[in-house]
Design a protein around this ligand. Structure first.
Ligand code: ATP
Ligand code: MG
Length: 557
């Protein structure tokens, strides 16, 4: 949290509550449903909830909202914990689960029935919809609304035991079928779902609704500020109604802020799951996915995500944030921390006719231009090297301003090495250039060339005999449209067909053989790269390009 920024509305509320003694310390919670992996939108919620706790010297609980066994799995529970810790946050005490409170929720349901504030309803799903009314029309009371409490209690018990078929009965709160807020028109508290739960097993055949579980879970844990996204604003009266009508041990308050929406991607778990299930990506952690596990595999750092989230407004409106803003923070952090290395993506051999065949000269370059403490790297210089194909041209008419690379008959500097001149091209039978014969200008390592020799620019290179082979995966945005599926179209139609380009036979400087997941790299002139955690092995080096050095989308490139 940036303390120099003006307080956002939730900070103002918390500051006031602490000053007025309404709360003694701050306890927030992050409540994911374990039905998918966390994505960049969740990161905003995590940074807000854990960030506020940290800022005010409080705590934040991690509570799984596991009230719907249909879509929930332990795999997601584990992945979510890992992602929260990776982002740099630690929850208060043990992980909590809404399912830990199922007995208590049930007792409170009984309490409402006994108080004449809940009843078992036997309307079908379709009838329930009809009775509910519309935004402009009041609803109608269910014919079961006045059934005696004893009858509702007995039926609830039967539902719980699995003696009632799914869809036959629900437990509903008795509030007001004419309420302007549709959420208050006798909302459902329990549904029959005769299926096992990943934590409670076969213990239950009914499961509470989100609305009946959330506020009460907050109250049990003593959450002071229950912060969620704007779509729950209309549920707040119901949140309050339950707390006002139940003997809860504490009185939490709900506050809503705008969701994070990013263009050129999606933050819907359902759609992300579809991309995975239908094989459009190679898993939840595909480096093109906006999931935290995908961003991690791509090489985005937790600091970049936190800095980005802290830059976002916490406000009462939903907005769309430009992907370029996120990318700015990704580059910013990597620029400061990534080790520099050279890697030639499209190798073209250069042979120096004035260097001996067996010569190996060890040159050095800083691991980072501004961070001496990171030390130096060794760059063996030999008779044969590789440069990138795009760094050479035969066209001697190319202006020095436009093409600051190697041109036949002209000079260029090799990064951290000699000034060289291209003398001759060698072609294969099909006419393709396969080699350049060149010469070094002696004495030019770290020194200016003699009078009259002026290199066009600086290019990167690696020794042909001392390099390592690598595979490089160039990643682009997963969607080519800013709002995938906008206007009712299929979001899959907007998947960018060129979002993954695999280059094999790339040549890296020798130190890259020791790359680990602890290091991020800038391959000079090519972008930021990170070892792929799935495809790399002792025999195979695979790097993902986290991001290019500059924003090419802004220029429409
Ligand atoms: P679902 O449709 O499955 O409920 P969800 O995105 O709301 O999806 P949850 O697991 O319920 O997923 O979300 C956990 C928390 O993260 C909630 O408090 C939710 O408000 C918050 N959250 C989810 N998406 C975003 C987002 N795009 N921006 C900010 N917060 C988000
Ligand atoms: Mg949700």
């Amino acid at each position: 949290m940036d303390e120099s920024k003006p307080q956002h509305f939730i900070q103002q509320i918390i500051s006031r509550d602490l000053a007025d003694g309404v709360v003694k310390s701050v306890l927030t919670r992050f409540p994911p449903e374990p039905n998918g992996y966390l994505h960049i939108g969740h990161a905003k919620s995590i940074c807000v909830n854990f960030g506020l706790a940290r800022q005010y010297g409080g705590q934040c609980n991690l509570r799984f909202d596991d009230t719907n066994p249909e879509k929930e799995e332990d795999e997601y529970v584990q992945a979510i914990q890992h992602d929260v810790q990776w982002l740099g946050f630690q929850w208060n005490g043990e992980v909590r689960y809404a399912s830990d409170y199922f007995d208590q929720f049930y007792d409170w349901a009984v309490h409402l029935i006994n108080a004449g504030k809940a009843y078992i309803c036997e309307l079908s799903a379709e009838e329930t919809r009809e009775y509910r009314g519309t935004l402009t029309e009041a609803g109608k009371n269910s014919p079961w609304r006045e059934r005696p409490a004893a009858e509702s209690l007995a039926l609830l018990e039967q539902m719980r035991k699995g003696e009632i078929a799914e869809g036959k009965m629900t437990l509903r709160a008795k509030i007001d079928m004419a309420a302007a807020n549709i959420n208050l028109r006798d909302p459902v508290l329990y549904r029959v779902k005769r299926m096992p739960h990943h934590r409670t097993g076969d213990a239950w055949n009914i499961y509470p609704s989100y609305d009946f579980a959330h506020g009460q879970g907050d109250a049990i844990e003593g959450i002071t500020h229950s912060i969620c996204t704007l779509e729950f604003e209309d549920h707040r009266p119901l949140y309050d109604w339950f707390l006002d009508n139940l003997p809860v041990p504490a009185r939490p308050r709900q506050y809503e802020f705008g969701r994070l929406n990013l263009n050129y991607t999606i933050t819907s778990k359902r759609k992300l799951k579809q991309l995975v299930d239908e094989g459009h990506v190679d898993g939840w952690d595909d480096p093109r996915m906006p999931t935290l596990s995908g961003l991690r595999r791509r090489g985005v750092t937790p600091a970049a995500i936190r800095n980005f989230c802290d830059s976002l407004a916490v406000a009462k409106t939903d907005g769309v944030v430009d992907m370029a803003q996120f990318e700015h923070f990704i580059r910013d952090d990597l620029n400061d921390n990534a080790l520099r290395a050279m890697c030639v993506l499209n190798p073209l051999k250069v042979v120096f006719t004035n260097v001996a065949e067996e010569a190996v000269e060890t040159l050095t370059a800083p691991a980072h231009p501004n961070r001496e403490e990171l030390g130096e790297r060794e760059l063996p210089f030999t008779r044969e090297i590789y440069i990138d194909r795009s760094d050479f041209s035969e066209d001697t008419s190319l202006s020095r301003k436009k093409f600051k690379r190697l041109v036949l008959g002209d000079y260029v500097r090799l990064r951290a090495a000699y000034v060289i001149r291209a003398d001759e091209v060698v072609r294969d039978a099909s006419g393709e250039i396969v080699q350049i014969n060149a010469s070094i200008v002696p004495g030019t390592v770290g020194e200016n060339p003699p009078e009259g020799i002026s290199p066009r620019g600086v290019i990167h290179w690696v020794s042909a005999s001392h390099c390592v082979d690598l595979e490089v995966r160039l990643l682009d945005r997963l969607f080519s449209a800013p709002f995938p599926g906008a206007g009712g179209g299929d979001f899959l139609a907007d998947v960018n067909p060129d979002s993954l380009q695999v280059l094999s036979g790339c040549k890296g400087e020798p130190g890259l053989a020791n790359a680990t997941l602890q290091q991020h790299y800038q391959f000079e002139r090519e972008g930021y790269f990170y070892l792929d955690s799935r495809y790399s092995s002792a025999e195979r080096l695979v790097f993902n390009r986290t991001i290019g050095l500059r924003d090419n989308w802004a220029k429409g490139a």
